[in-house]
Design a protein around this ligand. Structure first.
Ligand SMILES: Cc1cc2nc3c(=O)[nH]c(=O)nc-3n(C[C@H](O)[C@H](O)[C@H](O)COP(=O)(O)O)c2cc1C
Ligand code: SF4
Length: 525
């Protein structure tokens, strides 16, 4: 047994996924075994690198760099010590250098560049890895210069709608108001998505920096992060970072000695899908029940407490520090068409290698599901992937050459939304999934408008009849008509987009509905 005078640093993720897989127990076991063996270690709780099938993935700092092992269970820890993992020795769970793992090596990480590498609670670590470079440059540019830089970057909202961020910011900057707000939408309700959570847990200062830059750009002095009760680890990490940023003069009055002031807090919703919709979110943030507001007025003019408000997704705001640090053009040089920069894509569902894959827009869905994701976890052929959350289309494998790009997806009646991909194998019944989409809408509907409130309930009933083989052709025609009404008559995208998963399932997988409905639907469209 060797003894070390200097403690060896070991990273054990404090990411919610890693914790769910036993990371806390692994950290405890490492501490206990190191004491018994008198081999001192310093455990740092980092974020996840995003290779979720390897969690808990721990990393030991050796003379040869960081060496990863995973997935580690508490019961493996004795054996890891015995094998000499503190010097990076061989072991069945040894992965090697994380950055050389193909899943990471193939990525272009801007937003997630630090995630899993730094100590999320350490201001010094954040700074040492390029943190606050963006804010420093923003302070030299001033509000108009910041907005110009964001415009050059081509950044579009990562929450789903893909609206150009610079236009939103300019509208709020130009709006009159004694108080303006920055609201970060961290509700992250889409199925198969976890990027917002991961970045808040793994690099919370990045979001603080992005919100601060947004505040300076539009003249807002107060910000809120709105997230859900299911995200306790993210809330903890954010609140801790806010406190540390404040103590370091990076939040509050005269940020970094500048004339600008900005402060922020984290608020927790009770968890409703519709509270991710920006106006329902504002109602919820104001302490009301989350129901969708009619527009106009836009939140940019009358938002939180009727004041001009920027609402942006976590991933939009966390892209901003990089855009400011390296220039809008640097960011715009990644991507394709009108989709500029990188997208943190989340690969989930029935997939072998699920996780966070940040890359420039333009990669095909097939590459993501088959090459990066390794196909299904069950080993059966892939049938479809639902992209963009519960309101996204089921994309069949024959459309897997589709590039990840807002316009290419829209052209196929699909959406990339928040970048979540949920993979299904051939045993999935898409008729049941279409029914589920309708049921989800009926359960989550805020009830404000009729096409969604009533339509989704009638839609479930129709789906039940179709699945039971009752008057299939007639009921499919009624369903198509209903979908059209929901699409055109709903107040927000919950009711308005539910037809997409339903119709895509019907169109692409008619055999699952026991009928050849393809012709019926195309004629009705
Ligand atoms: C039903 C529904 C749920 C939504 N959920 C979210 C969400 O969880 N997170 C998010 O950022 N945007 C969500 N959105 C989109 C927001 O309304 C809004 O477009 C977004 O927060 C704007 O930020 P961005 O421009 O940075 O994307 C949702 C929209 C709808 C209709
Ligand atoms: S579409 Fe649904 S969720 Fe949206 S406003 Fe109407 S009832 Fe509410």
């Amino acid at each position: 047994m060797s003894t070390h005078s200097m403690p060896i640093r070991i990273y054990v993720p404090k990411d919610a996924c890693a914790i769910a897989c036993g990371a806390d127990e692994v950290a405890e076991a490492i501490a206990a075994v190191s004491l018994v063996r008198n081999e001192p270690v310093e455990i740092v709780r980092n974020g996840s690198r995003g290779m979720l099938w390897l969690e808990p993935m721990i990393e030991v700092v050796t003379t040869d760099g960081r060496i990863a092992y995973g997935p580690v269970e508490a019961g493996d820890v004795e054996g890891l010590f015995a094998a000499g993992f503190l010097t990076g020795a061989d072991h069945a769970l040894r992965i090697g250098k994380p950055e050389e793992h193909p899943f990471l090596a193939k990525q272009t990480r801007l937003t997630f560049a630090r995630c899993g590498i730094i100590d999320p609670a350490s201001y010094e670590d954040y700074r040492a890895h390029g943190g606050y470079r963006g804010l420093e440059r923003a302070l030299t540019l001033g509000p108009a210069g910041i907005i110009e830089e964001v415009k050059t970057s081509g950044l579009r909202g990562r929450g789903g709608a893909g609206f150009p961020t610079a236009i939103k910011w300019k509208t709020v900057a130009d709006a009159k108001g004694d108080q303006k707000y920055i609201v970060c939408n961290a509700d992250e309700g889409d199925s198969g998505t976890f990027a917002d959570r991961m970045i808040m847990e793994g690099d919370p200062f990045e979001l603080i920096e992005g919100m601060t830059i947004a505040g300076i750009a539009v003249g807002a002095t107060k910000g809120y992060v709105y997230t859900r009760s299911e995200y306790p680890h993210a809330i903890w990490a954010m609140e801790k970072a806010v406190e540390v940023a404040r103590a370091n003069g990076m939040l509050g009055a005269n940020i970094a000695g500048s004339p600008y002031s900005f402060d922020m807090e984290v608020r927790m919703g009770a968890g409703a899908y519709v509270c991710g919709e920006e106006t329902a979110l504002l109602d919820s943030l104001e302490g009301k029940r989350g129901t969708v507001r009619a527009k106009p007025p836009l939140p940019a003019h009358k938002g939180l407490f009727q004041k001009p408000t920027v609402i942006n997704n976590v991933l939009s705001l966390t892209a901003v520090p990089h855009i400011l640090a390296d220039g809008g053009q640097f960011y715009a040089d990644f991507g394709m068409g009108r989709s500029r920069g990188t997208m943190p894509i989340q690969i989930a569902g029935n997939v072998k290698f699920g996780g966070l894959f940040e890359t420039a827009f333009g990669i095909t869905l097939g590459e993501l599901v088959n090459d990066i994701g390794g196909g299904t976890a069950t080993g059966k052929p892939v049938k479809a992937a639902q992209v963009g959350g519960p309101l996204g289309a089921y994309v069949p494998t024959w459309q897997f050459d589709l590039p990840f790009d807002y316009e290419s997806f829209a052209a196929k009646d699909a959406l990339i939304g928040h970048g979540g991909i949920v993979v299904f194998d051939e045993s999935s019944d898409l008729a049941k999934m279409a029914r589920f989409a309708m049921e989800f809408c009926s359960v989550e509907s805020c009830g404000k408008c009729t096409p969604c409130r009533i339509g989704s309930t009638r839609g479930v009933e129709l789906m039940d009849k179709i699945i039971a083989g009752e008057r299939v052709t007639a009921n499919l025609a009624t369903l198509t008509d209903l979908c059209q009404t929901m699409k055109l008559g709903s107040l927000c995208a919950l009711g308005g987009f539910t037809p997409y998963p339903v119709l895509s399932a019907l169109n692409h997988f008619p055999e699952d509905f026991g009928a050849p409905p393809r012709v019926v639907l195309e004629a009705a469209e």
